[in-house]
Design a protein around this ligand. Structure first.
Ligand code: SAH
Length: 347
């Protein structure tokens, strides 16, 4: 039994079945035993691999995209460069390296990192130097223009599950005997018996607040994650440890629990806040339009055979139709009066 399993068992004994959002929040963010609070989970030695850890090109292309977004804003100086859930800081380091192509960008950038994990904050500090400001949540981000990037952040924000049984919606909970149900009133939700729907009120509230800030403070957000383009019934809750799927109730606090992002719902919430939301692209379409293959070819031309292989493998992982290319989506939200940023809105 993990220490967190004991704590969760005690809460359930005292308060009854626990909704999945609370369970997920504890598993990931419990101050002492939460998964992200206690470790560096990334890479081959860790539990899972993310795009910036696969290749520097991912962050370089996002850096180029952000430089163009900064120019579209009129090159404000200072400008807040915000990352949600920066992990090891690799993406931001590559963004800043690529950002040197545009004079003034790096000098204007004020780094603001939204990160709950003390372990990961420390890694970010080592990678990026002391010049960043850290935030527990988006609530304390400063005023002024915003360039926001979030890779694999929203999938880690807790969700709730409801299942329709005999015409009634029941909320899925963690109970003393495993997964159980308790009655819930969801009068306006359509669905057939047996359907499971996911609700992510915490995600949607973050998205609404980002939408409000982008509209009011001017700026844009680039959001990348695994997920689906349309709201649809389905259970996408998953737990991963050492690159394998495990049960979400197995060893709480020791696996990464996430769910796929509903980009339709996320887009609506950003728009409710006042932002203009463009139809998302697949990660494959986004990276290819940004010049992934050309950049890989330049790096390969100066590389030995082994590095050439690594580059080819990275391109395949990031864009492959059965790897990350189609599962991952890229969504952008901008202040309403900004031009449509390339490559969004192109047919
Ligand atoms: N963007 C990085 C890491 C993705 S993992 C990459 O692509 O490699 C998720 C990140 O979000 C971690 O840094 C985790 O600590 C952070 N995180 C998860 N939930 C959070 C929350 N509620 N508030 C702040 N940070 C959170």
């Amino acid at each position: 039994m993990t220490p967190l399993e004991k704590i969760i068992g005690e809460i359930i004994a005292a308060e009854g079945p626990m909704a999945i959002d609370r369970y997920m929040g504890l598993c990931l963010g419990h101050p002492v035993h939460g998964y992200y609070m206690t470790r560096d989970p990334f890479g081959e030695q860790g539990d899972f691999m993310t795009a910036p850890e696969i290749s520097q090109i991912f962050g370089e292309l996002i850096g180029i995209w952000l430089v163009a977004a900064w120019a579209a804003l009129g090159k404000p100086d200072p400008c807040n460069l915000v990352e949600l859930g920066p992990g090891r800081g690799t993406l931001m380091a590559d963004i800043l390296k690529a950002g040197r192509v545009m004079p003034g960008f790096v000098e204007a950038a004020r780094l603001h990192l939204v990160e709950m994990s003390p372990v990961l904050r420390q890694l970010q500090k080592e990678k990026l130097g002391g010049k960043a400001a850290w935030h527990e949540s988006i609530a304390s981000l400063p005023e002024g223009p915003l360039l926001i990037v979030a890779n694999e952040f929203f999938d880690a924000i807790p969700i709730r599950h409801f299942e329709k049984r005999h015409g009634k919606w029941l909320e899925r909970c963690i109970g003393s005997e495993g997964m159980g149900f308790m009655p819930a009133a969801l009068d306006d939700a359509q669905g057939a018996d047996g359907d499971v729907i996911e609700f992510a009120p915490q995600r949607l509230e973050i998205a609404r607040e980002l939408g409000r800030r982008i509209a009011r403070q001017k700026g844009c957000a680039l959001i990348i994650d695994y997920g689906h383009l349309r709201t649809a019934p389905g259970d996408t809750l998953q737990a991963v440890r050492a690159h394998e799927y495990v049960s979400v109730t197995d060893r709480p606090g020791e696996s990464d629990i996430t769910s796929h992002v509903d980009f339709e719902a996320l887009g609506k919430a950003l728009a409710q806040g006042g932002a203009r939301v463009l139809p998302p692209l697949s990660q494959r379409a986004f990276l290819l339009a940004m010049g992934l293959e050309q950049r890989a070819a330049i790096l390969a031309s100066k590389a030995n055979a082994a590095t050439k292989d690594i580059l080819a493998r990275a391109v395949a992982r990031l864009t492959g139709e059965t790897e990350m290319g189609n599962l991952f989506k890229v969504m952008v939200a901008t202040a309403p009066d900004l031009p449509t940023p390339y490559p969004f809105g192109t047919p």
